[in-house]
Design a protein around this ligand. Structure first.
Ligand SMILES: [Zn+2]
Length: 468
């Protein structure tokens, strides 16, 4: 077992978080004698956690920090094949059943075990969500202090989890600032920084591939749809499948399909060759150049897969539909990969689709509220509850009540919901709503830099309520 750089190919032994030569991602590589020991570690035969697998970093057993991560349920979909008009099978690997509600726990269990073994007392992480949650839980559990750098846009459920597990939170304006801070702490105080391209972390994540192969086998006609954030998940899966092939546990490799939401899609853009503007109004996404972009591209290309970009409005619909059709409530990134199934089937001939449900939907109540408002307004219009108020005006009222309270942000909200109108038209609607007494203007800021903001009037609130 050795650490090999994924970019320059140099090999290292020691405690590195990334390549000391080129700063790229390091990956564990196993030797033939590691493979000879097989897939399972007999020492852990009585557990369903990730630690029962053999090809993992060597960590003293006394250091292992486990909350029962892994061993998640694979759900054979009953209704989705019909929904997509597909004759094959669809499976959902439900990672929301991990201890803190996301797949991340697999990686964090290994990383915190390593950190404990090496004697660090503090860790730091920059995270818009699940990584911060998981690090907070696992480190508190063994008395390691965690410093969690979060953006203002963090989803509320995740923030509450971090606070409850006992992580120390710090607000940062953007990810670069957070990265700078945690790397400085690493230099100065030996506070161990946890990034999603850490080799120990990725070894934990790959066990999802092991478990899928164990439960339903793997064929070359299988397609795996995966949301891509940092690119770590899709590459770790690919690494896992290649190791299984090497072990002789599977005879064929699947195709990997990477999925991102339009406007926050740097990996898909790199693959499809189209550079898009970055949409800062998609609130749950905390943009960064993905640390493992090159590896995500490698996984997709080597497996013969493809990359898909999904519209935000389509993702919201997918989330609502799959929750009701399958009884699994997932986070929005996973709903994007479910929505991509339609495009996979158009382009590729596959017999089975396996979707990775990365985390639980309860972590993000704002998205739920958005879906409910859309449903409610549709219902209201259908029932004629609000006469003379078109869909656009209802959406504007919803936008304002959700905190999108100035002209440009309302325009963005409308376009995310499929209403493509020009900005001056938005102002015309706002004027009409003001005249109708449903909204009023509140101006903020000092002289010369006032910003016009909109609020609902009492009547405006009543109208929105009447739509229910
Ligand atoms: Zn390197």
């Amino acid at each position: 077992m050795k650490l090999k750089c994924s970019l320059c190919g140099n090999v290292f032994s020691g405690d590195y978080i990334s390549c000391p030569k080129c700063n790229s991602t390091l990956l564990f590589e196993y030797e033939s004698h590691d493979y000879r020991e097989g897939l399972l570690n007999p020492r852990f035969r009585n557990t369903s956690s990730i630690w029962r697998f053999n090809l993992l970093p060597r960590i003293d057993y006394k250091c292992i920090v486990s909350l029962g991560e892994g061993g998640t349920y694979i759900h054979k979909s009953v209704n989705l094949p019909k929904y997509f008009d597909f004759n094959g099978e669809i499976y959902l690997k439900d990672e929301s059943r991990n201890p803190t509600g996301s797949f991340i726990d697999r990686g964090v269990s290994i990383i915190i075990s390593h950190v404990k073994c090496r004697g660090y007392n503090e860790v730091s992480v920059i995270s818009p969500g699940n990584l911060g949650v998981s690090v907070s839980a696992y480190s508190s559990y063994v008395g390691i202090k965690s410093h969690i750098y979060i953006p203002l846009t963090i989803e509320k459920g995740k923030l509450y989890q971090i606070l409850m597990y006992g992580g120390e939170t710090y607000l940062v304006r953007d990810i670069r600032e957070g990265l700078y801070k945690i790397l400085r702490l690493w230099d100065e105080n030996r506070v161990y920084p946890i990034l999603p391209n850490n080799p120990y972390y990725m070894e934990g994540i790959k066990t999802i591939a092991y478990e899928i192969a164990e439960s339903i086998g793997i064929k070359s006609t299988d397609g795996i749809v995966v949301p891509m954030g940092s690119g770590s998940l899709i590459y770790s899966l690919w690494k896992g499948f290649k190791e299984l092939y090497e072990l002789g546990c599977i005879k064929e490799l699947p195709k990997l399909f990477g999925v991102q939401i339009r406007g926050a899609s740097p990996i898909v853009d790199a693959i499809l060759g189209s550079e898009e503007y970055r949409d800062e109004y998609i609130p749950e996404l905390f943009y960064i150049e993905p640390l493992n972009k090159h590896l995500a591209i490698k996984a997709i290309e080597e497996s013969g897969g493809y990359a898909f970009k999904i519209e935000y409005s389509e993702v919201l619909n997918s989330l609502k539909d799959v929750t009701r059709l399958e009884g699994i409530f997932m986070e929005i990134a996973s709903a994007a990969s479910i929505a991509s199934i339609r495009y996979v089937l158009n382009k590729f001939s596959v017999e089975r689709i396996i979707a990775i449900v990365t985390g639980h939907g309860l972590k993000d109540p704002a998205t739920v509220r958005e879906i409910m408002y859309t449903l409610i307004s549709k219902l209201g219009v259908e029932r004629g509850l609000v006469k003379g108020l078109g869909r656009t005006k209802i959406l504007i009222l919803q936008a304002i009540s959700s905190g999108y309270d100035y002209g440009y942000s309302i325009w963005k909200y409308l376009s995310l919901h499929g209403v493509k109108i020009r900005l001056p038209t938005v102002y015309q609607h706002l004027k009409e709503l003001e005249v109708a007494g449903l909204i009023h203007i509140s101006t903020k800021g000092g002289v010369g830099r006032e910003v016009t903001r909109y609020r609902l009037t009492r009547e405006g609130y009543k109208i929105l309520k009447a739509l229910i």
